[in-house]
Ligand binder design. Structure first.
Ligand SMILES: C[S@@+](CC[C@H](N)C(=O)[O-])C[C@H]1O[C@@H](n2cnc3c(N)ncnc32)[C@H](O)[C@@H]1O
Length: 235
């Protein structure tokens, strides 16, 4: 009897020190979002496991899908009609934000992702749902914004160096209306300092550091300056 008691105590103590001991290792549960849409957007993938050139990796953040409430809350806060705007997700990963933007009925959907395998998954997810979106496998720092009203969505995709290049590309965007929705805005101060974007603030309950912040600005058409994109209509 004493032996059995000691054995039980030993198992309890071992589990306290090594919580995995004696338990089956289960795969992580599929998110509600992926289960509902039958897509693959789950998972957190560190930079070390993302296939991208070393110089870009040094300025990048890991893969992680967006919180599915963020976009709807931020669009309502910005007070815009998505049907008038192109939606651009720089660092679109597996395309979860593009799927959410399609549900909000944005006029046009563009995603840019540097990791080929993630871009392929995004294309497969979007095709499965019948969503018409353009996914470019490219460096976001080289993106040229399309003419017309644009919502730029960022879920903390990269560090300040790449964000700086994106801000300069946005400064050259024809516009006339530009909105930036930045989730987990680690480098929001760069947008504040841009001189052409004004921080509207954060939706109620989403203002903490890891929350979401929204900016508005005007493109070169509205400000009187003319960019090459405005003349050629290039994307
Ligand atoms: C936090 S995930 C965001 C995923 C997606 N936007 C979403 O909300 O579900 C950031 C993504 O940015 C990508 N990324 C990082 N640097 C990039 C760059 N310079 N150009 C394009 N994509 C980049 C990463 O590979 C990663 O997939």
């Amino acid at each position: 009897m004493t032996h059995i008691l000691l054995l039980i105590l030993a198992v309890i103590a071992a589990r306290a020190f090594w919580p995995g001991i004696g338990r089956r290792t289960l795969p992580p549960a599929r998110s509600d979002f992926d289960a509902r849409h039958d897509v693959d957007t789950d998972g957190e993938i560190p930079i070390s496991r993302l296939d991208m050139p070393a110089d870009i990796a040094a300025r990048a953040e890991r893969y992680m899908p967006t919180d599915e409430r963020v976009l709807e809350v931020a669009v309502a806060f910005a007070g815009i009609d998505p049907a008038r705007f192109s939606f651009v997700d720089l660092g679109c990963g597996k395309g979860r934000a593009l799927i959410l933007a399609a549900q909000l009925r944005f006029r046009r959907l563009i995603g840019v992702e540097i990791v080929p395998a993630l871009a392929d998954i995004a294309r497969a997810n979007l095709a499965r749902l019948g969503v018409a979106a353009e996914v470019q496998t490219a460096d976001a720092a080289r993106f040229v914004f399309p003419p017309g009203p644009v919502v730029l969505f960022l879920f903390n995709p990269f560090k300040a160096a790449t964000l700086g290049a994106v801000i300069e590309a946005l400064r050259a965007a024809p516009g006339p209306e530009l909105v930036v929705i930045y989730y987990a805005p680690d480098h929001g101060k760069l947008l504040d300092a841009s001189g052409f974007l004004t921080r509207l603030g954060s939706p109620r309950g989403w203002g903490r550091r890891a929350g979401v912040a929204v900016w508005r600005g005007t493109g070169t058409v509205a400000s009187g300056a003319v960019s090459p994109g405005a003349i050629t209509g290039e994307v």
